[in-house]
Design a protein. Structure first.
Lengths: 259, 345
C-alpha cells in the first residue's frame, strides 16, 4: 500500500526523520492550561506512546495536532510541512488519521458505509459519482476482514458491541489511508482478548509501514507495544525514551503518584 | 410508484372544481418546499426554521424583476433563483458556523430581518399594501392558469426529487450524511464538512427560491407577512419530519398529509387559528411516536407483521408456553413458586 512504499522509499534515506513534531504548543481553556509550551517530536515509522496522568494534556495535544482545536501558540509540523491550525480534513489528507477517546462511529450508517465515508474522491466531478464503487467496496471489505468484522458489513453501526465499534473505528481510519495513526485509548473499556487483538493489529500495521501515536492508560500495553514513550505532565513533556528507561524514571513515577 | 405518478398527472382533469385544483397546487408547492428544505435538514441534520426567507426572496425578487426590470416572467424566475443562490453563500457561510440549537436560532433571524426589510421598504416592495405580480399568461382563463401552474410545480418537484436522489447515492451525499451522524468524525476522516454544508445549503436555497418564485407568479399577490413568516419555514420542517427526512419521498408524503390537513381546516374553520392547532398537534405526535417519520414507522410495522406471520414458530410457541404456564400456575396449581411462598408464610 502507499504508506508502505512511502516508508520504504523515504525511511531509508532519512532514517531518523521526524514525523510529527510540535514547537511550543500552548492551549488554555479559561484558567486551565491544558498544554503549556509543549515541544515534542515523534519519529516516523515507530509505535510511539503518549502517557501521563489524567488532565496532563494528552487529548488536548491530539485535538490540537489534528486541527480539532486551534492552539493559542506554537507550531505543528508533519514531515517538515507546517500543519498548524489547518482544518481537520486537510490534516487528514496530509496522512494523519485518528480515533476518538470515546469510540466514535457513524451510528445510523451501515458498517460498510462507515468505511466508505473515508474514500477521497479524486476530483470534483467524482463527488457526484455513486458512493459504493466496486473497488472501494472491495478495499473496505479488506479492512473489515482484517478487523474480523466483515460479517457485520450490512449492520447499522449502533447495533455493534463496544469492542466491534472500536474495531470499526480503526477500520474507518485505515480506510482513509493514513501514514500516521493517532489512537486515543485504544484499549479503553475493551476486554482482554480484544486488547491482545488490537495490539497484534498495531504491530502488523506498523510492520507494514504505518506510524502510530497511542495515548493509553493501560501500562502493560504501552510498555509491550511501543518503541518510544513520551510522558506528559501538566501540559508539557517531562520525560521520553524507550519503555525500559521510562519505567525506571523517577520524574515519571513522581508525576503519576502526585509527589 | 407509477400509480402515484399517474394520479398526480391526471389530478387536474379529475378535480371537480378549480378550488380543488388550487388545493392540489398548494400541496405540490409544499412538497417542493419541504423537499428543498430536506437537502439541508435531511442530509446534514441542520434544522433550518428560516427557509421561508428563501421562498419569500424568490417570490419577491421574481415579482420585482417582472415589474421593475420588465423581464419576462420565467426569465425573472430563474434570475431570481440565481440571485438567491448568490445571497445564500454569505448567509450559509455565517449560519453554518454554529451547530444544533444555535443554528436553528440563527436561521430564524434571517426571516425576521427580511420581514422587517420588506415591510419597511415599501417604496420598493409595496410593503404591507402588497405587491401585485403580473400574470405570465395574460389571456388565459383562470382554470387553465391553475392547470398550467399545477404542472409547472409538478415539474419542479420532479427536478428537486431527482437532484436529491442523485446526491443521496453520491459520495457527496455520503459525506453529508456523515456530517449528520458525527461532524467531527467526518472531518477527521477527510471530509471537507464546511464546504459540503455550504454547497448543499445553496442548492437547498435555490430550489426553495424557485418554489417561492413560481408561487409568486401563480398567486399574483405578495405580502411580507405571509412571505417572510416563521410559519412557512416551520411547515417545511414539520412536513419533512412527518414523512421522514432520510427518505426521498418523506417530505412529499408529509406535504400531502400536512398540506391537505391545513387546507381542510382552513376551509372548515375559516379564519380561525385552528389550522395552527392542527399543525402543532401533528408535530407533537410525530416527535413522540414517530421520531423518524411515517415512512420508517410504516416499513418497520410492515416488517414486524411480516416477520411474526412468516418466521418463527418457535418464538410464538415460547411465548404461548410462558403464557400457558403463567395461567396454569395462577389458580389451580399449588406448584407455582409464588404460591408456595405465600403458603409458607
Amino acid at each position: 500500500m502507499s504508506a508502505k512504499e512511502n516508508e520504504q522509499g523515504q525511511g531509508q534515506e532519512e532514517g531518523k526523520e521526524h514525523g510529527l513534531a510540535t514547537v511550543g504548543l500552548t492551549k488554555a481553556f479559561g484558567g486551565v492550561t491544558a498544554l503549556d509550551d509543549a515541544t515534542v517530536s515523534f519519529r516516523h515509522g515507530r509505535v510511539n506512546a503518549l502517557i501521563g496522568p489524567n488532565g496532563s494534556g494528552k487529548t488536548t495535544f491530539f485535538n490540537c495536532v489534528t486541527g480539532m482545536i486551534r492552539p493559542d501558540a506554537g507550531r505543528t509540523t508533519y514531515r517538515g510541512r507546517d500543519i498548524t491550525a489547518k482544518p481537520p480534513h486537510r490534516i487528514a489528507r496530509a496522512g494523519i488519521g485518528r480515533s476518538f477517546q470515546l469510540c466514535r462511529v457513524f451510528p445510523r450508517m451501515t458498517v460498510l458505509d462507515n468505511l466508505l465515508v473515508a474514500v477521497r474522491p479524486p476530483n470534483l466531478l467524482a463527488q457526484l459519482a455513486g458512493a459504493r464503487k466496486r473497488e472501494e467496496t472491495e478495499r473496505a471489505r479488506y479492512w473489515l476482514t482484517r478487523m474480523g468484522i466483515e460479517h457485520l458489513e450490512r449492520a447499522e453501526a449502533r447495533n455493534l458491541s463496544w469492542g466491534q465499534q472500536k474495531l470499526l473505528e480503526l477500520a474507518g481510519v485505515l480506510m482513509s489511508e493514513p501514514e500516521l495513526i493517532l489512537l486515543d485509548e485504544p484499549a479503553g473499556g475493551v476486554n482482554p482478548a480484544l486488547i491482545d487483538r488490537i495490539c497484534d493489529l498495531v504491530r502488523e500495521l506498523n510492520a507494514e509501514g504505518r506510524t502510530f501515536l497511542i495515548v493509553e492508560h493501560n501500562m502493560d500495553l504501552v510498555m509491550s507495544l511501543s518503541d518510544h514513550i513520551v510522558v506528559f505532565d501538566r501540559g508539557r513533556p517531562i520525560a521520553e525514551g524507550p519503555p525500559s528507561v521510562i519505567q525506571s524514571d523517577e520524574r515519571v513515577l513522581g508525576a503519576y503518584l502526585g509527589v | 410508484m407509477a400509480a402515484v405518478v399517474a394520479v398526480a398527472l391526471s389530478f387536474p382533469s379529475m378535480a371537480p372544481s378549480p378550488y380543488e385544483l388550487t388545493v392540489g397546487i398548494a400541496i405540490v408547492n409544499y412538497a417542493v418546499l419541504s423537499t428543498s428544505w430536506n437537502f439541508v435538514g435531511g442530509f446534514t441534520g441542520y434544522i433550518s426554521l428560516g427557509h421561508g426567507a428563501f421562498a419569500g426572496l424568490g417570490a419577491y425578487t421574481t415579482a420585482l424583476l417582472v415589474t421593475k426590470a420588465d423581464l419576462p416572467s420565467f426569465a425573472a424566475l430563474f434570475v431570481s433563483a440565481a440571485l438567491v443562490a448568490v445571497l445564500a453563500v454569505p448567509v450559509g457561510y455565517a449560519a453554518l458556523r454554529v451547530r444544533g440549537a444555535s443554528f436553528v436560532i440563527v436561521s430564524i433571524a434571517l426571516v425576521l430581518i427580511m420581514l422587517l426589510v420588506f415591510q419597511s421598504w415599501s417604496s420598493f416592495t409595496g410593503g404591507s399594501r402588497g405587491l401585485v405580480v403580473p400574470r405570465p399568461f395574460p389571456g388565459m382563463l383562470r382554470s387553465e392558469h391553475h392547470e398550467v401552474f399545477y404542472f409547472l410545480f409538478l415539474a419542479l418537484l420532479a427536478v428537486a426529487l431527482l437532484t436529491w436522489w442523485i446526491i443521496d447515492r453520491s459520495r457527496f451525499g455520503m459525506g453529508l450524511k456523515a456530517i449528520r451522524e458525527d461532524e467531527d468524525k467526518a472531518q477527521s476522516l477527510g471530509t471537507p464538512t464546511y464546504t459540503y454544508k455550504l454547497v448543499v445549503f445553496v442548492v437547498s436555497a435555490t430550489f426553495t427560491a424557485l418554489a417561492g418564485g413560481l408561487y409568486g407568479l401563480w398567486f399574483g399577490d405578495l405580502d411580507p407577512v405571509f412571505q417572510f413568516s416563521i410559519l412557512s419555514g416551520a411547515y417545511m420542517v414539520l412536513m419533512a419530519l412527518l414523512g421522514g427526512v432520510r427518505h426521498l419521498y418523506g417530505p412529499l408524503l408529509g406535504a400531502v398529509i400536512v398540506g391537505y390537513g391545513l387546507e381542510y381546516s382552513k376551509l372548515e374553520y375559516g379564519d380561525t387559528p385552528l389550522h395552527l392547532v392542527f399543525a402543532g398537534l401533528l408535530l407533537g405526535v410525530v416527535v413522540m411516536f414517530m421520531p423518524d417519520g411515517v415512512i420508517p414507522a410504516a416499513t418497520g410495522l410492515i416488517a414486524r407483521v411480516f416477520k411474526t406471520g412468516e418466521t418463527s414458530i418457535r418464538e410464538v410457541t415460547a411465548a404461548e408456553l410462558r403464557e400457558e404456564r403463567g395461567q396454569g400456575g395462577a389458580e389451580p396449581a399449588p406448584g407455582s413458586p409464588g404460591q408456595k411462598r405465600e403458603v409458607k408464610q
